[in-house]
Design a protein around this ligand. Structure first.
Ligand SMILES: CC(C)(COP(=O)(O)OP(=O)(O)OC[C@H]1O[C@@H](n2cnc3c(N)ncnc32)[C@H](O)[C@@H]1OP(=O)(O)O)[C@@H](O)C(=O)NCCC(=O)NCCS
Length: 254
């Protein structure tokens, strides 16, 4: 049995979360409007962990949280110690140093971790991200987009972003979802969890099949997409000879 709970994402509807790694979804303590920076979106169980985050660990049984009996107690009968969980949440005022650090690391690899950050003061960047999510003051050609940080014990390890719909340009190159993991935190399954969480956010925004793209040479990203159920649609080659893989990925998982 896997946990199935309703995500209530204020402003962009509801979706069902079927990923057993998702611990916390938006609830009564974290339901303010999407424009509220720092609001937790979800907590995701660390890949490979056998139990849930302390905030949701339920020793009484499945109950409303739907905790499978198999994760309540180990075989020796002892309740396991809680482990930190990966959290997907909106950026908050206190994140500036970490986000700028992550942006520098990813810039060295040619990846834009925090679009527009170089051009804006931190409070303005937070406000811009909130506006983008709410679909306010969008420049021409820019669609509503949800930007989330992935944190582990308060450390920013990566980020995800979800475009709520596609433009012709996104259809060719960017797709619905973008993600990155900081170099020092790779090969631990975090991108896999971030992408799955982003697919749930996409579903909440009404996207049933997400387009997720990566450079043909980006083996790690291609593998991440395939692990999330991505089916290769085609490989587009632009006029400079750069090849982009385009995958169709279902957002609602059975
Ligand atoms: C792509 C990226 C997000 C992967 O992050 P990650 O947290 O290391 O990925 P995961 O640990 O979840 O691994 C996902 C899969 O990719 C594989 N993988 C990860 N890094 C790999 C590498 N360097 N070479 C080959 N396979 C790799 C993993 O083995 C895993 O597959 P498996 O489960 O079959 O073993 C990260 O390398 C990154 O941020 N790169 C720069 C930004 C970027 O390219 N973003 C994607 C844009 S489309």
């Amino acid at each position: 049995m896997r946990a199935v709970r309703v995500v209530r994402v204020s402003g962009i509807g509801h979706s069902f979360v079927r990923d057993p790694r998702i611990d916390i979804v938006i609830g009564p303590d974290s339901a303010p409007a999407l424009t509220h920076p720092g609001t937790p979106l979800k907590r995701l169980r660390r890949p490979g962990a056998h139990f849930r985050h302390p905030a949701t660990f339920d020793t009484q049984g499945a109950g409303v949280r739907g905790v499978p009996p198999s994760v309540r107690r180990r075989q020796d009968g002892r309740v396991p110690e809680p482990q930190p969980a990966l959290v997907l949440r909106r950026p908050a005022p206190a994140d500036e140093a970490q986000v700028r650090g992550a942006a520098r690391e990813l810039a060295a690899e040619g990846f834009d971790f925090a679009p527009l950050l170089d051009d804006l003061a931190w409070p303005d960047w937070l406000a811009t991200m909130a506006d983008r999510e709410a679909g306010l003051h969008l420049p021409e050609g820019i669609v509503p987009e949800t930007f989330v940080l992935a944190t582990l014990d308060g450390v920013v390890v990566g980020r995800g972003s979800v475009r709520h719909r596609l433009t012709p340009a996104l259809e060719r190159l960017g797709g619905h979802v973008g993600y990155a993991v900081r170099p020092g935190h790779r090969r631990r399954g975090y991108a896999t969890v971030i992408l799955r969480g982003c697919l749930d956010l996409a579903a909440a925004a009404g996207v049933h099949a997400a387009l997720v793209t990566c450079a043909d040479t980006n083996t790690a990203s291609a593998r991440t997409i395939e692990r999330a159920g991505g089916v290769l649609r085609d490989v587009l080659v632009d006029s400079d000879g750069r090849a982009t893989r385009r995958y169709d990925v279902p957002t609602a998982r059975a």
